[in-house]
Write a protein that binds this ligand. Structure first.
Ligand code: FVH
Length: 320
């Protein structure tokens, strides 16, 4: 699947930008009866534990390693084999999944394994950047290992459930070979041979999530200054944000075509309104930092002659 097609394969239930039912990656996944494949999982935090547990539940023999050994206990009780060192875990299986806190940890662990990685397929599901993923792919290539990077679109409790899926990028042969195993975790979407792409999709989707979250939290903070309970605001807030988010495909069309002229809500109109948010936040004793940044962007956009354009034009202003 091409990188561009990948997002259209995101399940409609978790894709607010979907305008029509999109094929779920899970729908094309191989059934749970796929042949058992030995897998090693390195990193047994909340997510690594959920991944290893799902692989065990799907019938795959799983070897586990964690820096803090005590964390292997619950998985060993489910049938996993504990490895004393990361190198032992990598020696145990051709397919090795890493899920650590960050890619600095991954590089440390891989450096300790060194040439032990030769012939293995390393699947790194740790959150990171495209640049980090490319560097790890180069490290793996230098040791004769295949490398896939991944971005998990799920919290641990969702793993193996219908809404969970993972973006993968890197070695496509490795992805195709192990796709039936990945199906145990949820949907699997290949975004391209460039190892950095999965993390780009991951960060892009999480950017939308964090933007929404910080906006919603600010709304609750503002309501609280007048003793309005968050639970009272939650209903209308959810409905409003959901309705507005349905505009995302329209913004996407404007961004791709470069045609931002709008008859809905121009940058000039927004520039006039946003100072009210800054002022209201200040008046209510709150920090207006996010609106100050938005105001600055809007002013720059209007100064550059984009006052009649819609908010989608701001994408151009973010480019450094
Ligand atoms: N939890 C979530 O909701 C999100 C969902 C999307 C994907 N993220 C990313 O997944 C990575 C792991 O997250 P996690 O939730 O499993 O995180 P923790 O429970 O904190 O576990 C961290 C594991 O990393 C090990 N670790 C940390 N530092 C090192 C190191 N220097 N060397 C070796 N291992 C290290 C840690 O080991 P220990 O503390 O138990 O000894 C845990 O196994 C992450 O990238 C999320 O962004 C999760």
């Amino acid at each position: 699947m091409s990188a561009r097609a990948a997002l259209s394969a995101v399940p409609a239930s978790v894709s607010p930008t979907s305008t029509s039912p999109a094929p779920s990656p899970a729908a094309s996944a191989t059934p749970a009866s796929s042949p058992a494949v030995s897998v090693s999982v390195l990193g047994l935090g909340m997510m690594g534990t959920a991944l290893a547990s799902a692989l065990l539940a799907a019938g795959h023999p799983v070897t586990v390693w964690n820096r803090t050994r005590a964390r292997t206990g619950p998985l060993v009780a489910q049938g996993a084999l504990p490895a004393g060192t990361a190198a032992e875990a990598v020696a145990a299986s051709d397919l090795v999944i890493l899920c650590l806190l960050d890619n600095g940890n991954v590089q440390e662990v891989l450096d300790a394994i060194g040439d032990g990685a030769a012939g293995r397929t390393l699947v790194n599901l740790t959150n990171g950047t495209p640049r980090q993923a490319r560097a790890l792919a180069a490290w793996a290539a230098g040791r004769g290992a295949r490398y896939l990077d991944g971005g998990i679109m799920a919290v641990p409790q969702m793993i193996a459930g219908p809404a969970a899926y993972v973006f993968y990028s890197g070695d496509e042969d490795a992805f195709r070979e192990y796709e039936p195993v990945f199906a145990a975790l949820g949907g699997a979407t290949f975004t391209g041979a460039d190892a950095g792409l999965a993390s780009l999709y991951d960060i892009a989707l999480l950017t939308g999530m964090y933007g929404m979250t910080i906006g919603v939290l600010q709304a609750f903070a503002l309501a609280r200054t007048e003793n309005i309970p968050a639970t009272e605001l939650a209903g209308p807030l959810t409905e409003w944000v959901g309705t507005m988010l349905r505009g995302a495909p329209l913004w996407a069309g404007a961004i791709d075509s470069g045609e931002h002229l709008t008859d809905v809500s121009s940058l000039a109109v927004n520039r006039a309104a946003v100072p009210n948010f800054v002022e209201a936040f200040r008046d209510q004793g709150l920090d207006p930092v996010f609106f100050e940044q938005l105001q600055e962007l809007l002013e720059r956009a209007v100064e550059r002659g984009h006052g009649a354009d819609g908010l989608s034009r701001l994408v151009d202003l973010l480019r450094k």
